[in-house]
Every structure is written in C-alpha cells, then in structure tokens.
Design a protein around this ligand. Structure first.
Ligand code: CP
Ligand code: NVA
Length: 333
C-alpha cells in the first residue's frame, strides 16, 4: 500500500485494504494522543485549509491533527482568499502547492476539489463538497468499529435526506467495509441511481446489501446503527425549510424510530444537529413552522444510545491518519 502524495477526494478512490489501514492508523493515533505520546513527525511541513462553507469539527480536526503532527497551519475562510473570484482554481492550486505540503478544501461543487487536486503537486484532502464528505465517513466507521468491535455484517441505516453528501460517503464506505446500508427517506430526496449503481457491485463483492426505501419498517429488527443529518445542508436556501420539514418530519429520529432498530442499536449524527432550540436557526424554524426539534429528538440525541461526541472526536484521529499517510515520505509506515 502506498499513500504517499495521494489526494483524498472520495472514498471510492481507495481500496478496502487501504481504508481499513487508515482506520488502524487512526486508532494508533488515538492511543498515542490518550497516552500523551509525542507524534510530531512533520516539524518542517505546513498545510493550508480552505473553507468556502463554515465548519467547526472539520476545521478544528485538521488544525489540531496538524499541530499534533508538528505542522504549521494557515486557515482561509470564505472571504479570505482570491480563489474563484480573482484567481482560478488551477492557479490557486499551483501557488499553494509551492508554499504548502498539503491542502484541505471544503466547498460546493466536487469539480472544484477535483481541479485543485489536478493542478496541485501536493496532496489535496476533501473536507466536504455537495457530493460527498469522505473524512466524515472514515471517522464514523472508526466509531462504529470501536463500539461493536467489528464492521462486516453490521447494518447502517441512514434516515432522512438520503441524497446528501454525508449519506453518499456512508453508502460507499458501507459497501467497501461489508456493512449493509439502508437509505431510508422520502422518494423525492432518494439517493441517486448513479450512486447506487456505483456502489452495488462493490457491496456484492464484499457480501453486503444496499437498500433504498421510503418505508421506515425497513429498519425493523435490522439496523445496528441509526444515522441522520440535517434536513437542509450548507449552501441550500432557507426558503426550502417548509418543503423539507413536510417531506422529512415522518423520518425524524424519535425513540419510537430507534426502537424499530435492534435493541443494541446506537445513534450517530455527523453534527451540527437541530435537536433543541439552542441555536438561532432552530429558533427561526420554530417561530415559522412550530417545530422544536428537527432531524432527531432531544431525547434520542442525549440518550445512552447516542455516541455522537465519541464520533466527533474520531474526526480528528481519522483526519490525522489521512494527513499522515499521504504526507509520509520516510519508507515503511
Ligand atoms: N460534521 C462536520 O463536518 O462538522 P463541521 O461542519 O462542523 O465541520
Ligand atoms: N449535510 C451536511 C453535513 C454537515 C457536516 C451539510 O452539507 O451541511
């Protein structure tokens, strides 16, 4: 396996063994961090992290991961660079790769991160696009494996807006890891046929299934993991809230929905989450549409079955693993 110099743009670009190895390295980094063991392997490297959409977890995971590896970090926010308005993506990539050893990018079209990677001489890491969120899926599978002790044969049900970036990466990762995937949500927001067509042969090879359905009874007695995400993703217009609420309210993760899954099932969410009224967006939605909880109830979010904060922490360990493996030039890992 050779990761050195490679980009991390989508889960599909990596083999099953490579993805498993990324999880092994992430676990090792988690142990090292817990033990207070120094792992500043790259004292002479620097990275740039570019965000055209807001972020808490992904930004902080890249920053802390980089600091732990001994690297310097430059953060560019949506207004902080010329990229796109005054300088092309290709030229930005050519400039940044003269200065930095790695580039993270979060934005809209997948084509932007793909172009950055094409013109960059250093690894480019996808920190979320409209199409996918590959570092999220890695962190999620680390969390699931830690909890159950294994992955193959488990069933992960994504409930809600099943065509979104997080769901797409989870479907791909499930197919690669031999995990049965259920995409459960309204037909008008169903995951694209193209995604399913790409993932099904991979799932078949790895002995697992992909189910796309609008019937929540598909979860009955089957799901080991119930996963949901916001009903409106970054970049989607606020006018869509009314339509989304109507479509997705039947798929809200309540205790009743959790009880459809296996008794041992856990709850995951990429976060941020609207499970109460402690955010300005949730309060606006409440005022307009009367809802005090959205994709998940506060009861489920704060229950013992919810492992969302372990999941959030694992973003950092897995992102560190991706940076380490793609930047390492020192022979055997
Ligand atoms: N899950 C996730 O990517 O969170 P941020 O948007 O805060 O980075
Ligand atoms: N689907 C969400 C994920 C956020 C981490 C979004 O794109 O906003």
């Amino acid at each position: 396996m050779d990761f050195t110099g490679r980009d991390f743009l989508r889960i599909l670009d990596f083999s099953e063994d490579e993805l498993r190895y990324m999880l092994v390295v992430a676990r090792k980094f988690k142990e090292m961090k817990r033990a207070g063991q120094n792992h500043k392997y790259f004292p002479n490297k620097n990275i740039a992290i570019l965000f055209e959409k807001t972020s808490t977890r992904t930004r902080c995971s890249f920053e802390v991961g980089a600091y732990d590896l001994g690297m310097g970090v430059t953060y560019l926010d949506p207004t902080g660079s010329q990229m796109g308005h005054k300088e092309s993506i290709a030229d930005t990539a050519r400039v940044l790769s003269r200065l930095y050893d790695g580039i993270e990018y979060r934005g809209f079209d997948q084509s932007v991160v793909d172009t950055l990677a094409e013109y960059s001489d250093v690894p480019v890491w996808n920190g979320l696009t409209d199409e996918c969120h590959p570092t999220q899926a890695l962190g999620d599978f680390m969390t699931i494996e830690e909890h159950f002790g294994y992955l193959k044969g488990l069933t992960l049900a994504f409930v809600g807006d099943t065509r979104n970036n997080v769901a797409n990466s989870l479907m791909t990762m499930s197919a690669k890891m031999g995990v049965n995937f259920i995409a459960c949500g309204p037909a008008s927001l169903a995951t694209s046929d193209e995604m399913v067509t790409k993932c099904r042969p991979i799932a078949e090879k790895n002995g697992c299934t992909i189910t796309v359905t609008d019937d929540i009874r598909a979860l009955d007695g089957k799901a080991d993991v119930i996963y949901t995400d916001v009903w409106l993703s970054l970049g989607e217009p606020a006018e869509k809230w009314g339509e989304r609420i109507n479509l997705l309210k039947p798929y809200q993760v309540t205790m009743d929905l959790m009880n459809r899954a296996k008794p041992t099932a856990v709850f995951l969410h990429c976060l941020p989450s609207f499970h109460d009224l402690n955010t300005s967006i949730a309060r606006d939605v409440h005022e307009k549409y009367g809802l005090s909880e959205m994709e998940v109830t506060d009861e489920v979010f704060n229950s013992e079955r919810s492992i969302v904060f372990e999941q959030a922490e694992n973003r950092m360990h897995t992102i560190k693993s991706v940076m380490f493996l793609t930047l390492w030039e020192g022979g055997n890992k």
